[in-house]
Design a protein around this ligand. Structure first.
Ligand SMILES: Cc1cc2nc3c(=O)[nH]c(=O)nc-3n(C[C@H](O)[C@H](O)[C@H](O)COP(=O)(O)O)c2cc1C
Length: 220
């Protein structure tokens, strides 16, 4: 079976990115593009792709939800026994890709990953709906399940264990559930342009620059 997809082709005419437009610091530039992205309602606005690699260099990528960003990096939350967590334990480096395709934009983030402290993880956990909290207890993320019923049984066991039924009834954070902060030593902003002559600017951390960053225009 072979499906030809070669006719899907956009011409990328939504905007331009000039060197003079760029902020000195990539997180400020990210914030500008984030604000522009959020100027319209977006479905699952904070979704991005997290790429990790195992100790032996095997890559894996999956969507996650970015739960916040600042000068220290991008916050994500997950099960810390999952495949991604096992990758990060032995190789604490990651890449994130934000694909804001309706604006012909992509942002690539690359850097070291650190664990988010317990108090911050507790605060985020507490903000999640009760159903998501019970789902967190029910799922041995990335492990094989016999069937759907096994997952639903785990969820029912979690509900019994913690009691309560109402939204807001406390469910503690599982010991294996928490957050990572993806720091950045490199960040790249891509603005699609017609005829594949896209604008690409890469920031690289460089302590000898007054701004702390080298910015290069890259060939598309
Ligand atoms: C839009 C979207 C958002 C997601 N957000 C998260 C998330 O924030 N945390 C998470 O652990 N998994 C999230 N997932 C599920 C992951 O893509 C993935 O299936 C899961 O984390 C297991 O990945 P792993 O086996 O590589 O560890 C999301 C999936 C999608 C499609």
């Amino acid at each position: 079976m072979s499906r030809d997809l070669s006719h899907f082709r956009e011409n990328y005419e939504h905007g331009v990115l000039r060197r003079a437009d760029l902020a000195d610091d990539p997180i400020v530039q990210f914030e500008r593009w984030w604000d522009s992205w959020m100027a319209k309602p977006r479905y699952d606005a904070a979704a991005c792709v997290l790429a990790t690699a195992s100790a032996s260099g095997v890559p894996a990528a999956r969507y996650v939800l970015c739960r916040g960003f600042d000068a220290d990096g991008f916050e994500i939350y997950t099960n810390q026994e999952s495949r991604k967590a096992q990758d990060l334990r032995t190789n604490p480096q990651a890449a994130l890709v934000f694909g804001w395709l309706e604006e012909d934009r992509q942002v690539r983030v690359e850097g070291p990953v650190t664990q988010i402290d317990d108090a911050t993880a507790d605060a985020y956990w507490a903000s999640r709906p009760r159903g998501s909290q019970l789902g967190g207890w029910a799922s041995d993320q990335s492990e094989v399940l016999a069937d759907r019923a096994e997952l639903e049984r785990h969820r029912a066991e979690a509900a019994d264990r913690f009691g309560g039924e109402e939204e807001g009834d406390p469910v503690p954070r599982p010991p294996y559930w928490g957050g990572y902060r993806v720091g950045f030593d490199r960040m790249e902003f891509w603005q699609g342009r017609p005829s594949r002559l896209h604008d690409r600017f890469a920031y690289r951390r460089n302590s000898s620059e007054p701004t702390g960053w080298t910015i290069d225009r890259l060939s598309p």
